[in-house]
Design a protein. Structure first.
Length: 298
């Protein structure tokens, strides 16, 4: 017979009942469920993967991750640059970039991005301060190898970018050239909180120009970059980056070299605020700049 709570036996007044219950419980041995070590490893790898997946923007150095299969990834940021003296009469530039990526296959994404550019020129400039869309970029990115626990090998990926001249070249909003760019990506998790990324690529035709920033002269351009990020909390990471470009022909006489300190703060799952501070040295890089944006997974 099952007693309802209002009619439950007052056990403290019936020691014999208590004794029988205690003996009944002791007759069953305690069971300990072993937690396999692989589960802990899988959790660490999952956490590292989530961290890496939201660490590309604000850095120029790309990561080895791609958008999830049949999912969207959106990035948008505003970068404000003070230009080098060699860019005169162009003084400053503000670039609003919007980028979409879609996981077309399980290990491959397609994407496009387009910049909205404002170039602040000196009053003597014949074109004033132009405003408008720059060159649209189309990309394909595939990851060929992912990191695995117990292996020293890093993750590898590659991307191909084609950028037709959709911007107005007369106003410096576009390059006037079709750019073909191939980039190789290496990514290695050094610890559960530290991730290293290295890029090496080449522009085989066109240039690296975005508005008044970048190498203007046409020719083969070699690029490279490296970033190191550290996860301080579950929501906040910070990193440093060095990125540059060098023309294969010395006659072109232009180059890029810049450093950046930047990071991400996760507002909620799949949504981060991205920020960075840029310092440039070479003539094709800005003297300094700032950027602020967001990244969202759908």
């Amino acid at each position: 017979m099952v007693l309802s709570p209002p009619h439950a036996l007052p056990l403290r007044k019936h020691p014999s009942v208590l004794r029988s219950l205690r003996l009944s419980c002791e007759s069953y041995p305690s069971v300990q469920v072993p937690v396999p070590r692989t589960l802990g490893v899988a959790l660490v790898v999952a956490i590292v993967t989530v961290v890496a997946a939201r660490a590309q923007q604000p850095f120029v150095t790309d990561n080895a991750d791609v958008a999830l299969y049949h999912h969207w990834h959106l990035e948008s940021n505003v970068e404000y640059d003070v230009l080098s003296r060699s860019a005169f009469p162009s003084l400053r530039q503000e670039t609003q970039t919007i980028k979409f990526s879609y996981g077309l296959f399980r290990r491959c994404e397609v994407g496009m991005d387009f910049p909205l550019i404002v170039i602040f020129n000196a009053s003597s400039a014949p074109v004033g301060s132009p405003f408008g869309l720059g060159d649209t970029d189309y990309s394909v990115k595939c990851d060929f190898r992912r990191e695995s626990e117990g292996s020293r090998w890093p993750a590898f990926a590659a991307s191909l970018n084609i950028e037709p001249p959709t911007g107005n070249a007369k106003l410096q909003l576009g390059s006037g050239l079709t750019d073909y760019y191939l980039n190789g990506i290496m990514q290695k998790t050094l610890s559960p909180r530290d991730t290293l990324r290295v890029n090496a690529g080449a522009t085989f035709a066109g240039n690296t120009l975005t508005g008044a920033v970048g190498i203007k002269t046409r020719g083969t351009i070699l690029t490279g970059g490296a970033s190191l990020t550290h996860q301080f909390t579950k929501r906040f990471d910070l990193g440093i980056e060095v990125y540059g470009g060098y023309t294969a022909s010395l006659a072109l006489g232009r180059g890029e070299l810049q450093e950046q300190i930047g990071g991400n703060y996760e507002i909620r799952k799949g949504l981060t605020i991205d920020f960075g501070t840029i310092l440039g040295q070479a003539v094709a890089s800005p003297r300094y700049g700032f950027q602020l944006g967001f990244s969202k997974d759908f």
